[in-house]
Design a protein around this ligand. Structure first.
Ligand SMILES: [Zn+2]
Length: 218
């Protein structure tokens, strides 16, 4: 199915009816109440899914989920998802690892929001988006970025201007083009690197477990 930008998929506390596997779309998970007291805490893209919470035995969504980058995704009813989990332990094991990564990402973005300035935070979020977007170009207005970062629009305008002057991105009326990926990584706070290290550790652990399981069955 196609997900459109800004589409609301779940509200916090609502019963989960479907899980989503983004292909080239990505979904923002956000915490908070009201129109302004909302903070983006994680991004979910092709590397994982929306609805991994079900593994915790709860059938309600803990966070608001809104499409941040429109595109395609696979959708599955919760009952079918539960059947797959019950019959495919390998799938469940992988999803548990991905859920662990989402929790780590939520912790890191919270640390980031408290301790890091807007310019480096914007670079961090643009990198996370770039990892999940199908191309170097994506559309995000200052308003959307401000809501994601939990800051004023003027703060985002200043931070985007600084990144643009350093020729790391081009930003025109919401159209963002990543010009210098490596430079953007250098401009980000350490939070982005922490996420990459976490992801590598999980992949290594899964491979190791997989190898151990193969050896055990041989
Ligand atoms: Zn940070």
């Amino acid at each position: 199915m196609d997900l459109t930008q800004d589409q609301l998929l779940q509200k916090a506390g609502e019963r989960i009816h479907h899980v989503y596997f983004p292909l080239d779309s990505f979904i923002l998970l956000a915490a908070g109440e009201g129109a302004h007291d909302v903070l983006g805490v994680a991004l979910v893209g092709h590397e994982t899914m929306l609805g991994a919470w079900l593994l915790l035995g709860m059938d309600t969504a803990p966070l608001l989920a809104r499409v941040q980058g429109g595109g395609s995704a696979l959708r599955m009813p919760v009952a079918d998802f539960s059947d797959v989990l019950a019959t495919c332990p390998e799938f469940e094991r992988r999803l548990r690892a991905e859920l662990h990564l989402i929790i780590r990402q939520m912790a890191q973005t919270t640390v980031c929001a408290v301790f890091h300035v807007v310019e480096v935070r914007l670079a961090y979020w643009l990198l996370m988006i770039h990892d999940r977007a199908p191309t170097d170009r994506f559309y995000l207005t200052h308003d959307r970025l401000a809501r994601m970062l939990g800051v004023r629009r003027s703060g985002v305008t200043t931070a985007a201007g600084l990144l643009q002057r350093r020729k790391l991105v081009n930003y025109t009326r919401g159209h963002i083009v990543v010009l210098n990926r490596r430079g953007l990584e250098k401009a980000s706070c350490p939070c982005y690197r922490v996420g990459r290290v976490d992801a590598r550790k999980i992949v290594k652990a899964l491979r190791h477990e997989h190898g151990a399981a193969d050896a055990g069955s041989a």
